[in-house]
Design a protein around this ligand. Sequence first.
Ligand SMILES: *Cc1c(COP(=O)(O)O)cnc(C)c1O
Length: 490
Amino acid sequence: MEHRSETLDPAEWGPLRDLARRIVDDAVDYTRDLRDRPVWQDMPPEVRAHFRSPAPQEGQPLGEVYDEMALNMLPYPMGNIHPRFWMWYMGASNFTGALGDFLAAILGSNLGGGDHAAAEIDRQVVNWLKEMMGYPEEASGTLVSGGSMANLVGLTVARNRMSGIDLRELGVAGLKAPLRFYGSDQIHSCHQKAVEVMGLGNRALRRVPSDKECRMDITALRRAIIQDRTNGLDPACVIATAGTVNTGAIDDLEGIADLCAEEGLWLHVDGCIGALLAIAPKGRALVRGIARADSIALDPHKWLHAPFEVGCALVRDASAHHDTFAVTPEYLQNAGRGIASGAWLHDYGLQTSRGFRALKVWMSLKEHGVAKFGRLIDQDLAHARYLTERIVATPRLEMCFPTLINIVCFRYDPGGLSEDMLKTLNVEIMVRMQEAGIAAVSDTTVHGRHCLRAAINNHRTTRGDLDVLVEEVVRVGGCLSGEGFCRALG
Ligand SMILES: *Cc1c(COP(=O)(O)O)cnc(C)c1O
């Protein structure tokens, strides 16, 4: 008898084909009918219990696995692909991107490098993103898991290049003086993690005060640099933010670029939110000067709506980038021809094995074109202006901060409440809207005032959805503050 080895492939392909078709059909319906479902709903305990069982030692038919998933997972998503989800700063995904992830997994290729078509696509997507930023062809870049990793890549190149020593060999212990990085007090939390893992410590990241518009105060920045030099520290890099999480504020990129040029500092732009404004016909003026940065972090899973995850680090000086990460062990030598020929993509970041995250971006860019993504960004900006107008025109709603891009900070204020009580009231409004599955906004505190925050980064949102938000905040707020008629209020 012939020896039969085991495999993960099915014994027969027919039933798998039928099931796969059903899964795709369901996925199309799920995406089409998003609007009819709640943004979010709480999982009942019996559903949660499904996810707490031990690892299955024996298998079961794939059809059963899928049915269990369809029943227990699909109805309970985070909600960010829904037209009325505006929490934090997410993307709304897209079906083409999901097909891209599926096909990438079918291919199963490792984008650590090698000579194959997927590697060409990975490079092409990086090149397209360079083009969108106005970066020169010689610049380099790499696709990573998201903005946090993209920032870490850029800052690590900055650290090594600015250290003036062979930092890879000597480590931070070999620094002549402690390096300093600068960002505004609105900087994203990932930068703190970055300076910590880079061995510089949180104190190496100096938070420069922001002005009334939440933009980095350049005079204060200049003063901080001079003061640090006087104190024997080594100013290395300014992290300008193009689109802060709280309010969407965009630091004065031209002004900071000038200062960095004068002082000989590395300019890194955290463009996870706003860098892609560069492709928007109306929005692009907001990020003028971004291409002057030495490195840029951006996030295709935000304003390009790629399914999670995909971020991108771009570095103007390709050799500084390569010199920061390239290591060639004996088992990863290049060959002149064949699969192991061509440059290693893992020489530009921390990962060795890399997924084919480029494909989802590549497919949606080919399908829709850069111009449409630019128009969608402008549409989000217009939506934010519309929501702002509605809030200004609605009694008991007040803006907490002027709308700069697509982030709207506002609150319900019935009058006569303390700041603490206003916060409690608004948090309750936010949570009740989520629990009712109607709309999802998050909250933050700007200049000491607590507010609700809608980040409209969603290609499915319509003006009608924003009307629903305004009406619900007023209705729930009215009920909670003891006015109005409480219809079906949980
Ligand atoms: C989202 C964001 C990040 C982090 O990006 P991830 O993709 O979540 O890792 C960094 N900076 C800013 C300004 C962001 O908005």
